[in-house]
Design a binder for this molecule. Structure first.
Ligand code: SAH
Ligand code: SF4
Ligand code: F3S
Length: 579
């Protein structure tokens, strides 16, 4: 069918009526989605397709000057995505954790396959999405500030020329409130509803609605079939999302409310994505999930026959009932690490309860699974941990760390900490400092407690540590961490590491930045001392550490290497010229 462009643009209206029709069944289960009654009324009077085209052609005798007058449009029984977008530019700005950054790649993919163009600048965008975080109050304040800038940008343009959408965790947390705010937000879409972005957006673009919202959480959405459009600056490292959601309900945390229940992506789709990344030349992947090592994929047959439960590590508990045991994280990462022995595998963010011994032994055995483990402690005091509902004590956490040190002596360990949680006493806080001294973390994310509405702590506890005390304790945590870290980095001098080169240094184009297997940042000159062989981004280079006085190590590149070569070198099976 050949139609005028202006007519087919208006066909979106027709399509919207269709998508509303599908949508209304979903929407009727949730008071926060579209206004059902309005939609139903619209549907009553909706024309059929041929009536609609006739009406539109009568209205539009003038042909758009921009195009040649005639374009092909597929009939509307094809997917919504086939007839939207029209090259309009979408810019997605990401905030928060790596999961959000990975989601942005999924969003880009959805928008692109709906005919939108992805742009890396907000200045020429027709649509700006903020993919937001709600973890702490200041994460949200940042978004409010940005929304106010965008409101000013919208005012400068003619009405409707720029659409602003709030996606992600803050969208899920605040829902309708974002539309009711004074920020002129057009669209609000939660983390499990990104597939509906194109249809919601075009409903607004076509004037069917002024604003749109979909914040439905899902029990099974993993976006497994969507090939992410990579946004990473280099093509060395990529994220691979393997599970979503969180069942843990730590008393301070909003994530279970914004991300919904845990669900795992099918093994096969993960392996296929990893294979593709390896073929494209990626050298490092990070498996992602809110509780990445709680991965538990139940295949059909497991549902029927299996009675075995997936249990946490001894000494760790959950507040939820143990699920049936499916494909575990250990089994998954085993398969993932075999796809390409020269590709590094990392994973984040794990939960301490799901580090069984077989996982630690697998990490030891596989040279391409990185020896750097994130094991969020949150606090070093058992009573605070109990109030936080973390499901472990100081002792069981330390037992895990001791086991790791025994099995993986070279591994680096990182953590998250919250200072000033409800009822935390000075003495309890000191236990966190002593844990920092004991474990000697190589990396840490440190925060003070920020009350989140709806959480268990909000409902049952008092946020009774004054702000100045919270800040003071946080500062002590930070100081202790850096003091210990200094000792760790000093010990690196003289060691040899396999460094994967990530990028050219921002400070000097004569230097490269790379990372060790243990996730330490290393800066090296961009050439070898005694060889003209070039070093490139994406190369594995054997590096001797020369200076460890700063957090970033300084090293001297010795030779190009590989995971296999480095392993042989470590086992003294190959010699190198060290001059
Ligand atoms: N699933 C991960 C954490 C994801 S949230 C885990 O359990 O380790 C990232 C970190 O934000 C948490 O580890 C915690 O340290 C911090 N955090 C979460 N809620 C917070 C709150 N209300 N106030 C301050 N920090 C918080
Ligand atoms: Fe939040 Fe706890 Fe879940 Fe981590 S495990 S996302 S801290 S509720
Ligand atoms: Fe923030 Fe949501 Fe991640 S609250 S930390 S973006 S899961």
């Amino acid at each position: 069918m050949i139609l005028q462009r202006s007519v087919c643009r208006n066909l979106n209206k027709f399509r919207n009526l269709y998508s509303f029709r599908q949508y209304s069944t979903i929407a009727s289960t949730n008071e926060n989605t579209l206004k059902i009654e309005n939609i139903k009324n619209k549907l009553k009077d909706a024309p059929n397709l041929s009536e609609f085209i006739k009406l539109e052609q009568q209205k539009n005798t003038k042909i758009d000057e921009k195009d040649n007058g005639e374009v092909y449009i597929p009939p509307p029984y094809l997917r919504n995505s086939e007839i939207t977008g029209e090259g309009r530019r979408v810019y997605v700005e990401s905030y928060g954790c790596q999961m959000n950054f990975a989601d942005t790649e999924v969003i880009n993919s959805i928008m692109k396959s709906s005919g939108y163009q992805i742009t890396d600048s907000d200045s020429n965008a027709d649509v700006i999405f903020l993919n937001t975080c709600a973890i702490r109050e200041n994460a949200e304040s940042k978004i409010w500030g940005r929304l106010s800038e965008l409101r000013a940008q919208k005012r400068k343009l003619k009405n409707g020329q720029l659409l602003v959408g709030v996606l992600g965790c803050m969208a899920e947390r605040l829902k309708q409130k974002l539309l009711e705010s004074e920020m002129k937000v057009d669209l609000v879409v939660g983390p499990d509803a990104y597939r509906s972005l194109p249809s919601l957006l075009s409903a607004i673009e076509d004037g069917e609605q002024q604003t749109a919202i979909n914040v439905m959480l899902s029990a099974d959405e993993t976006y497994a079939d969507i090939a992410p459009v990579r946004t990473s600056q280099n093509s060395v490292s990529a994220y691979v999302s393997i599970m979503r959601g969180c069942n843990n309900m730590c008393s301070y945390c909003i994530v279970p409310f914004t991300r919904g229940k845990e669900r795992s992506r099918p093994v096969q789709s993960i392996l296929e994505e990893v294979k593709q990344l390896s073929e494209q030349g990626y050298k490092e992947i990070t498996l992602l999930g809110q509780n990445v090592n709680s991965y538990n994929y139940l295949e059909e047959e497991h549902h029927v026959e299996n009675t075995e439960k997936r249990l946490p590590r001894d000494g760790f508990n959950t507040i939820y009932k143990s699920p049936k045991k499916g494909v575990t994280f250990t089994q998954l990462i085993d398969q993932v690490s075999l796809v390409d022995p020269e590709m590094r595998i990392r994973f984040t963010s794990p939960h301490p309860k799901d580090f069984p011994d077989d996982l630690l032994h697998l990490i030891k055995e596989r040279p391409n699974i990185c020896k750097s483990l994130h094991i969020p402690a949150q606090s070093g005091n058992s009573n605070v941990l109990k109030n936080m509902r973390r499901g472990y004590t100081r002792e069981s956490y330390i037992e895990l760390i001791n086991t790791i040190r025994r099995v993986l002596p070279e591994a680096t360990i990182s953590s998250d900490f919250i200072s000033g949680f409800c009822h935390e006493t000075e003495e309890e806080h000191l236990d966190t400092l002593s844990l920092l001294e004991y474990v000697k973390f190589d990396h840490a994310f440190m925060f003070y407690y920020s009350l989140r509405e709806k959480t268990h702590a909000h409902r049952t506890m008092k946020d009774d540590v004054p702000l100045d005390v919270k800040s003071k304790r946080l500062q002590q945590v930070v100081d202790t961490f850096y003091r210990v870290l200094k000792q760790n980095t000093h010990k690196e001098i003289g060691k040899k590491h396999l460094v994967l080169i990530d990028r050219i240094s921002k400070r000097s184009d004569k230097h490269y930045i790379g990372r060790t297997d243990t996730n330490k940042k290393v800066i090296i000159p961009n050439h070898f001392k005694d060889s003209a062989e070039p070093i490139n981004v994406g190369d594995y280079v054997l590096v001797e550490i020369e200076d460890g006085s700063e957090i970033t190590l300084k090293g001297n590149p010795i030779m190009k290497s590989s995971i296999e070569h480095f392993q042989q070198y470590q086992h003294k099976k190959v010699m190198i010229n060290e001059n």
